[in-house]
Write a protein that binds this ligand. Structure first.
Ligand code: KG4
Ligand code: ZN
Length: 356
């Protein structure tokens, strides 16, 4: 029988738990999102997040075990996100995983959250190494060459905001609520993407770095210049913002694909998109057009597996377990944990090392 791994995700504002078998079957999955708890504050509040994880984690673990009809003794391992992320939440998930391992004599797999996003396409689409990953979420924005489990080369990342963060901030300026990405996309559907000529950040520059703060400022200035008229222009502002984002991200990804080809001339590149912003249809369309022009292929896992979830942690755990990579029970949670330790920090160092 295929070995089954329990996965636990608590690094941000989703409590995710799932059971995944080594043969890529998802036996059970459960996610509790904390959107309502944080909406009032317009962003994720770490202490509230940690408390909410404590309140729901045990119940979600029970739920997936019952749904699959499995006892803990039948598991092959427990995988939990050990970083990067909000330290309070990480401690909740990792400690719970350690307790289950200790009681039932199971191995622990301490999973890097970014690696879990990176490997999801192997669960959903059986994508072979190497491939190019575009990770665009509320906390991350990077292009990474995925060469194997534990083997990553970062080609570029943001020098300021993550892409989801930029969506959230624009939504806040327009009074659209939190999380902003889906609200911006909905408003944009009725708008004219050509009305405002927002800057396309980094367009035409060499390399694969992202930047969104200039674009964000341009949106703010437009809102101020419009004054009371801004209200009626919300759909056009959103559509124009989205068009600028899509053009910029497609340009950065085009450069990354070219670099990928020089590193791996023997393979037709596969572009995998992960993270919450992968749900954005305008962005997906721009990337689809890009891969069509460059004879590569696009793989986007379903939205529920692009946003934070326990399934990707269980799968990353299964991938590591297959290679014999398990971790001691005194493994620590890490707020920062870059995928590619050799990459230059794009956001500056800080006392705890490079931000991911
Ligand atoms: O991956 P995720 O669920 O959480 C982490 O940040 O790890 O990503 C959430 C981010 C938020 O910033 C949200 O606004 C954005 O993804 N997002 C979107 C869309 N759906 C979610 N951004 C643009 N368009 C969307 N449809
Ligand atoms: Zn994530």
């Amino acid at each position: 029988m295929a070995r089954v791994v329990l996965g636990i995700e608590t690094s941000c504002d989703e409590t995710g738990v799932a059971l995944v078998a080594e043969d890529r079957r998802i036996l059970a999955e459960a996610v509790r999102t904390q959107v309502e708890e944080h909406a009032l504050y317009g962003g994720v509040v770490p202490e509230i997040a940690a408390r909410a994880h404590v309140e729901s984690l045990d119940r979600l673990v029970r739920k997936v075990m019952d749904e699959a009809g499995l006892g803990f003794g039948e598991l092959a391992a427990v995988a939990a996100t050990a970083g990067p992320g909000l330290i309070g939440g990480l401690l909740v998930g990792l400690t719970t995983a350690k307790a289950i391992c200790l009681v039932h004599g199971l191995p622990l797999v301490a999973v890097n959250h970014l690696e879990a996003h990176a490997l999801t396409a192997r669960l959903t689409d059986d994508v072979a190494f190497p491939y190019l990953l575009l990770l665009v979420s509320g906390g991350h924005c990077q292009l990474v060459e995925v060469n194997g489990v534990g083997s990553y080369r970062r080609l570029g990342s943001t020098v300021d905001d993550a892409l989801g963060e930029a969506f959230d901030k624009v939504a806040k300026m327009l009074g659209l609520g939190f999380p902003g990405g889906p609200a911006v996309e909905r408003a944009a559907a009725e708008g004219d993407p050509a009305r405002f000529d927002f800057p396309r950040p980094m367009l035409g520059r060499p390399g694969c770095a992202f930047s969104f703060s200039g674009l964000k400022t341009a949106v703010r200035q437009t809102i101020l210049a419009l004054g009371p008229e801004a209200r009626r222009a919300v759909p056009d502002i959103c559509a124009s913002f989205q068009a600028a984002v899509a053009a910029s991200v497609a340009d950065r990804t085009r450069h990354a694909l070219a670099r990928f080809r020089t590193h791996h001339p023997e393979v037709e590149p596969t572009l995998v998109v992960a993270g919450g912003v992968a749900a954005n249809a305008a962005l997906r369309a721009a990337l689809q057009a890009l891969v069509a022009r460059t004879s590569s292929r696009l793989v986007v896992p379903p939205p529920r597996l692009c946003t934070d979830n326990g399934t990707m942690i269980a799968w990353a755990g299964a991938e590591r377990l297959r290679l014999g990579h398990t971790d001691p029970l005194d493994t620590r949670a890490r707020a920062r944990w870059p995928l590619d330790p050799d990459a230059e920090p794009a956001l500056g160092g800080g006392v705890k090392g490079a931000k991911a």
